[in-house]
Ligand binder design. Structure first.
Ligand SMILES: CC(C)(COP(=O)(O)OP(=O)(O)OC[C@H]1O[C@@H](n2cnc3c(N)ncnc32)[C@H](O)[C@@H]1OP(=O)(O)O)[C@@H](O)C(=O)NCCC(=O)NCCS
Length: 267
């Protein structure tokens, strides 16, 4: 598929000011047949796309990367092909230095048929979504990955709430390390998040860094049943969160269209 057929009508979001954080929920990302074209991606992303074993994973990667490129282009007021990325030591993508003065930060996550993207100026951001599924060895995984305080909180939950609690914790931890950009090099037991399904999301403490938890704002994102999602935003001047929903679907010509934009969803 030609680049020009992909998202031909991607509406430009409103201006992103330093007082806003824009969050997108992207649905319908697994329509494999019309996503096979990668001409619009960078050589690095094309090489990455070629390495996926499963077509649906490849298609999802191509779609999300393409939408990311289009949204960044819209924010920067440039052509999508002009957007170039650099990668942190642990793989976090960022805009290349040519756009350093824009201070535009972003992060992306996907699980099954849903992706979430976040954009902000002058503050680091991290986002994570996971499809909630039964995990038989949930307490063993918690003991391995979570802080002791989190494992104890998970163990105190009633059986019926434990899976939700586990994914609350997982997505909140992932969103935090993604905001830092350190990936799994950052010890997961060095910080503590809340996980109780009926209590607010929060970063409670960062071990060895008394003010650490105060530098970040953590919140859960409500993507509806079956998903857990979290967002971490570096604190700074007051800002508001603006949610958007982009629903992708194939058009009659085998291209792609957005069914809706700026339909708020609960955050
Ligand atoms: C790579 C990692 C940052 C997230 O991986 P993930 O949860 O599998 O994937 P997600 O869908 O949430 O995010 C992927 C996106 O994050 C971004 N990303 C990659 N490396 C990143 C980093 N170091 N920091 C922040 N963002 C990163 C990229 O945009 C990537 O998209 P792409 O694959 O299209 O390039 C890393 O944390 C990881 O490998 N996690 C494994 C999961 C795990 O064991 N978690 C334990 C939690 S308790």
């Amino acid at each position: 598929m030609e680049a020009m057929n992909f998202c031909p009508m991607l509406p430009v979001p409103e201006k992103l000011t330093s007082g806003e954080v824009h969050v997108y929920r992207l649905t319908g990302i697994r329509f494999a047949p019309w996503q096979s074209g990668t001409a619009h991606l960078s050589p690095i992303a094309r090489a990455r796309a070629a390495r996926f074993y499963r077509e649906e994973d490849r298609a999802r990667f191509v779609t999300v990367r393409t939408v990311l490129r289009r949204l960044l282009a819209a924010y920067l007021g440039i052509a999508p092909d002009a957007v170039t990325f650099v990668y942190g030591l642990q793989g976090k993508p960022a805009l290349a230095s040519a756009w350093e003065s824009e201070s535009l930060h972003f992060n992306v996550s996907y699980s099954r048929d849903v992706a979430v993207l976040v954009f902000a100026r002058e503050r680091q951001v991290g986002i994570d979504v996971e499809c909630i599924r039964e995990i038989p060895e949930v307490m063993e995984l918690a003991a391995r990955f979570f802080a002791p305080e989190e494992s104890a909180a998970l163990s105190a939950l009633p059986d019926g709430a434990r899976t939700q609690g586990f994914f609350n914790c997982w997505t909140r931890k992932e969103a935090f390390i993604k905001a830092l950009g350190d990936g799994l090099h950052y010890p997961l037991d060095r910080f503590v998040v809340t996980l109780h399904p009926d209590r607010p999301a929060a970063l409670l403490s960062v071990k060895g860094d008394a003010g650490g938890a105060l530098r970040w704002h953590l919140r859960a994102l409500d993507l509806g049943p079956g998903y857990a999602a979290a967002l971490v935003v570096e604190r700074g001047a007051d800002c508001i969160l603006r949610p958007w929903h982009l629903a992708l679907s194939p058009d009659a010509g085998g291209g792609l269209r957005f069914e809706a934009l700026s339909v708020g969803w609960r955050v």
